[in-house]
Write a protein that binds this ligand. Structure first.
Ligand code: ADP
Length: 548
């Protein structure tokens, strides 16, 4: 084959920070820190410190392919490590502090992390897991000398600021194969052990390019991005890479994720764009509602990780003038798969007509192919009605889990193409908009018919007295499973079982209306802020549905 005559340049993560330094050197990185202050830096400074950290890593013997772990909030030091660790050819392993200590230790051992960098907040957690972490040789506290804790049990702790300031900033990012591993993130493991997804430089750069596009997250040098989604949750959905690629200012909230703190930061830093799971927005929206506040600059937010209730989309758009981009993805997909943005034909539609489109999870980014299949693997039509198992393929989608020792999860089709089974159930309409109806394990199977738990939950949260809702299957002697709705009421609001069931009238077929409603004070949330249905199923195993 005739070879192209274009330059051969590996797609490397270091190129992002080099680009930001050279072309957007004065764009800011603002961080609210654990220490209580607000830190300001530029891309030029961040690049300098990443080079210093690259030298520091060499000093403690971190070499290519070694895994380096972080237990840290969203902040500039964490971002420095994103570039320093991956930039030298090592693997940045972001740990989720919301997992159980034993799970974290299991993951550290599985990944064989050599060093672990942590925010002060996590000192008690580190003290608990340190004796269990066999491979970690160095513990680094992400703080300065004045805030260094006394932790005799941990031995010789390194102070990040002291250590970095002692390093030269002369460092040239090495060039290597673009398929080299760059970062590692374990799925939260709601069933079985967590599984490691090992991203690479090439997959990350391609994901970054595609995610920044207008019909994806639509980010530019004029944006101020505040990722509420944590940097330990699939690399904050790629935002720490996208911001330097487009030259946007980025604002990190650190541990301050309550409604008041977020609102103040949105306003003081003139944030235009944010991203998070639906549960985090509840705190913010409740605070704004209670204090009759509005946004001055915020105009878009991406919501994903679990289905965004239509009521939340409407509230953001109608009351606060913030356009919601509903998005779907997975740890296994780096994470972005679909975003819900409009097509040409929608431009003439009224806001009211467009809403049902926005409730869907959206259409595939270039780079992601998807299809729905039945249980025998036969492809289903794109008519917005037929639903089945959602399969995906693409250059930023997992091929195999890290060190799993099990067969790769992929499914081959007749043409020999490999697809990743997402475990989600969805339909796809004729315009290519995909709508998740459930996770396959959450679907409610009533007398052979499937009921979408997401649809039932969305209707529940559209009731003014409902704060949160989850719908699970409860055992039924005749129908096998019937929907049980579990509800958290808004503070000081009252609503009865009968009121709620009446709220379903005319919204779904009668046989889809839940058989019962249970009221609880809170729903169990998993490590990434999603409702833990497995726990609810356990909790309500003995629940007897009323006999009708
Ligand atoms: P975990 O599996 O650790 O919870 P992920 O963030 O990888 O972490 O979860 C991916 C899953 O989250 C998807 O397979 C899907 O079930 C769900 N999900 C993500 N985004 C959406 C969305 N917009 N609507 C409905 N479900 C979603």
């Amino acid at each position: 084959m005739l070879q192209s005559l274009m330059m051969q340049m590996p797609l490397l993560i270091s190129s992002l920070i080099e680009h930001a330094d050279r072309h957007h050197g004065d764009a800011e990185i603002v961080s609210r820190r654990v220490e209580g202050d607000t830190h300001r830096a530029t891309y030029t400074e961040l690049h300098r410190r990443a080079r210093q950290m690259a030298n520091a890593l060499g000093e403690i013997g971190i070499a290519r392919d070694h895994r380096v772990a972080t237990l840290a909030w969203n902040g500039h030091r964490h971002m420095e490590l994103y570039f320093a660790v991956s930039g030298v050819g090592s693997v940045l392993h972001t740990l989720n502090p919301r997992l159980l200590p034993e799970q974290i230790a299991w993951i550290v051992n599985h990944a064989e992390d050599r060093a672990l960098f942590f925010d002060l907040t996590f000192l008690p957690l580190i003290e608990a897991i340190a004796p269990l972490c066999k491979t970690v040789k160095r513990w680094v506290v992400l703080t300065d000398r004045a805030h260094m804790p006394a932790a005799p049990k941990l031995g010789d702790l390194l102070c990040y600021e002291d250590w970095i300031s002692a390093q030269s900033d002369r460092f040239t990012w090495p060039h290597f194969d673009e398929n080299t591993a760059s970062s590692l993130c374990y799925t939260s493991g709601t069933t079985g052990h967590p599984k490691g997804v090992l991203y690479g430089h090439r997959s990350t750069i391609l994901h970054t390019l595609a995610s920044a596009l207008p019909d994806a997250l639509n980010l530019s040098a004029r944006d101020v991005i505040l990722p509420v989604v944590p940097m330990f949750h699939v690399n904050a959905w790629g935002l720490p890479y996208i911001a330097p690629m487009v030259g946007a200012k980025i604002v990190y909230p650190g541990p301050h994720l309550d409604g008041k703190s977020l609102y103040e930061l949105f306003e003081s830093e003139k944030v235009t764009f944010s991203a998070g799971v639906p549960t985090v927005w509840q705190g913010l929206l409740a605070f704004m509602e209670a204090n009759e506040l509005k946004f001055s600059t915020m105009n878009r937010t991406v919501i994903g990780g679990s289905a965004c209730p239509p009521a939340m989309i409407k509230l953001f758009q109608d009351k606060y003038g913030v356009q919601v981009v509903h998005a779907w993805g997975m740890t296994e997909m780096s994470p972005l798969g679909t975003t819900c943005t409009f097509k040409q034909k929608h431009t003439e539609w009224s806001a009211e007509q467009k809403l049902p489109v926005q409730f869907k999870q959206g259409r595939a980014l270039y780079g992601v192919d998807m299809k729905i299949v039945d249980d025998e693997g036969a492809e289903l039509p794109w008519d917005g009605v037929a639903f089945g198992n959602l399969l995906v393929r693409g250059p930023w989608i997992v091929r195999d889990y890290y060190g799993s020792g099990e067969a790769a999860p992929l499914i081959s089709d007749e043409q020999g193409k490999a697809w990743f089974p997402t475990g989600d159930v969805s339909n796809i309409d004729a315009d290519g908009y995909m709508q998740i109806t459930d996770r396959s394990k959450d679907v409610i199977k009533s007398g052979g018919e499937w009921i979408s738990s997401i649809e039932i939950e969305n209707i529940a949260v559209s009731h003014p007295a409902v704060q949160m809702a989850a719908c699970i299957a409860a055992a039924h002697p005749k129908w096998d499973e019937r929907p049980l709705l579990i509800v958290v009421r808004k503070p000081n609001a009252s609503v009865s079982r009968e009121d709620l069931l009446a709220h379903y009238e005319g919204k779904v077929a009668r046989w889809q209306v839940p058989d019962d409603v249970a009221f609880v004070d809170a729903l169990p949330l998993g490590a990434t802020g999603k409702i833990l249905k497995s726990k609810l199923r356990e909790q309500f195993r003995e629940h007897r549905l009323p006999v009708t």
